[in-house]
Design a protein around this ligand. Structure first.
Ligand code: FAD
Length: 339
C-alpha cells in the first residue's frame, strides 16, 4: 500500500487492509455548484457555514441598501433530506434567536428557502412526518418550501430553478449528492453505485486481505433480505466491530460471519426543539422525539468527559441566546492579507 501525507510518502505491506474512506460531496451535480454553493459534508463545512451566516448578518446590519440587505439575508438550502431539513431548522433558529442583536433583523425578517425535488420533505420517512416537518418549518420559522422543484443553476447572485424562477441569495447551501472517494475509484474491483462491492463478511472479492466498511462499501445486510446497507453512521458503527471480529476469525482459521443489522429507526431534528422519528416502526413527532434524538447522539459520543461537556453545552444553548462570535481561522502569517 502506498501513502502520502504530512510525514511524506511511503509504502508498506499488509496482512489485512481495511478501507473506510467514506464518500465525498458531489459538487458537479448542478452548474455553478462547486464555485458558488457551500457543501455540508464535514465539520469544517459546518464551521465555515456558521461563520458565513454571522458574516452575512454583520454585513446586512451595516448596509443601508435594502436590496443588498435582502440578498445578504436570504439563505437557500438545496435538498430536503435529513441534512437539508436539519440545516434549515438550525439556521432559522439561529436567525430568529439572534434577532435581538441586529436592528435590521428585527424590522425585516431573513429568508430561508428549502428547494427540494421530491413532493415532500424527508423522503426516507413516512409522508405524514414529512408533512409535519413542512408545517413546523413554515409556521414556526417562516421557512419557504419549494417542493417538487429542482435547482437548474447556481451563480454568484443566487439560484435558478427548473421552473425558470430565480431566488437571489447571498448564501446557497448544498446538501445533495455524494461521490465516491478517488481511492475507491482507482481500485480494480467491482462497484455498486460508486461503492465498493464487498462479500457478506465485508471482504473485497478478488483482493485478498482487503476489507471495506462504511459509506465506501456496498455491504449486503443479511437481516434485511441482503439489501445494501444505507450510507449512515448507524450502519457504519455496527460494521466496524464486526469487521474486526471477522479479521480475528480469519487469523484463527475460523469461518467469518455475514454482517446483519436491523435498523432501530430514523430521526431528524427539524428546529425549534422539535424532531421527527420512526423508531421500532412507530412514528413520532414533536418535543419527545427531539429529546430522544439528543439522548441517542449523547449515547454515542465517546468518553464520559465529552458526553458531560456536550450535555452541558446543549442545555446552556437552550437557556441563553446563541453565541454570535465570529471565530476567524486567520493565522498570523496570513493576517496581513486578511485584516
Ligand atoms: C451532514 C451530515 C449529517 C449526517 N447525519 C447522520 C445522522 O444523523 N445519522 C447517521 O446515521 N448518519 C448520518 N450521516 C452519515 C454519516 O456521517 C456517515 O454514514 C458516516 O460518517 C460514515 O462513516 P465512514 O467511516 O464510512 O466515513 P467517514 O465518516 O466519512 O470517514 C471517512 C474518513 O476517511 C478519510 N479518508 C478519505 N479518503 C482517504 C484516503 N485516501 N486516505 C486516508 N483517509 C481517507 C476521511 O478524511 C474521513 O475522515 C450524516 C452525514 C452528513 C454529511
Amino acid at each position: 500500500m502506498h501513502y502520502r501525507g504530512g510525514i511524506g510518502t511511503g509504502s508498506f505491506g499488509y496482512d489485512h487492509l481495511v478501507l473506510a474512506c467514506g464518500s465525498r460531496a458531489n459538487l458537479q451535480m448542478i452548474p455553478g455548484m462547486a464555485e458558488h454553493a457551500l457543501p455540508l459534508k464535514t465539520v469544517g463545512d459546518a464551521l465555515h457555514l456558521r461563520n458565513r451566516v454571522i458574516a452575512r448578518l454583520e454585513a446586512a446590519e451595516l448596509t443601508e441598501d435594502p436590496t443588498l440587505r435582502r440578498w445578504l439575508m436570504t439563505f437557500v438550502v438545496v435538498g430536503g433530506g435529513f441534512s437539508g431539513v436539519e440545516v434549515a431548522g438550525e439556521i432559522s433558529d439561529f436567525l430568529a434567536e439572534s434577532g435581538r442583536w441586529y436592528r435590521h433583523l428585527q424590522a425585516e425578517p431573513p429568508r430561508v428557502v428549502v428547494v427540494h425535488a421530491g413532493p415532500h420533505l424527508l423522503p426516507e420517512l413516512p409522508e405524514r412526518l414529512g408533512h409535519f416537518t413542512e408545517r413546523k418549518l413554515a409556521l414556526h420559522r417562516g421557512v419557504e418550501l419549494r417542493l417538487s422543484t429542482r435547482s437548474r443553476a447556481i451563480d454568484a447572485r443566487g439560484i435558478t430553478l427548473d421552473n425558470g424562477s430565480r431566488i437571489d441569495a447571498g448564501t446557497v447551501i448544498s446538501t445533495i449528492g455524494t461521490v465516491s472517494s478517488p481511492l475507491i475509484d482507482a481500485l480494480p474491483a467491482e462497484k455498486v453505485r460508486g461503492r465498493l462491492k464487498v462479500a457478506a463478511d465485508m471482504s473485497v472479492p478478488g483482493l485478498p486481505g482487503v476489507w471495506a466498511v462504511g459509506d465506501c462499501a456496498a455491504v449486503p445486510n443479511s437481516r434485511e433480505d441482503w439489501s445494501v446497507c444505507p450510507p449512515t453512521a448507524q450502519f457504519a458503527l455496527r460494521q466496524g466491530p464486526q469487521l474486526a471480529a471477522n479479521i480475528a476469525r480469519r487469523e484463527r482459521g475460523q469461518p467469518t460471519q455475514a454482517f446483519g443489522y436491523r435498523p432501530k429507526g430514523l430521526m431528524s431534528a427539524i428546529g425549534h426543539n422539535r424532531a421527527v422519528a420512526r423508531v421500532f416502526g412507530i412514528n413520532l413527532s414533536g418535543f419527545i422525539p427531539w429529546l430522544l434524538w439528543r439522548g441517542f447522539y449523547l449515547l454515542y459520543i465517546p468518553t464520559l468527559a465529552r458526553k458531560v461537556r456536550v450535555y452541558l453545552e446543549w442545555n446552556w444553548a437552550m437557556l441563553f441566546p446563541p453565541d454570535i462570535a465570529h471565530l476567524r481561522f486567520t493565522r498570523t502569517v496570513d493576517a496581513d492579507e486578511d485584516p
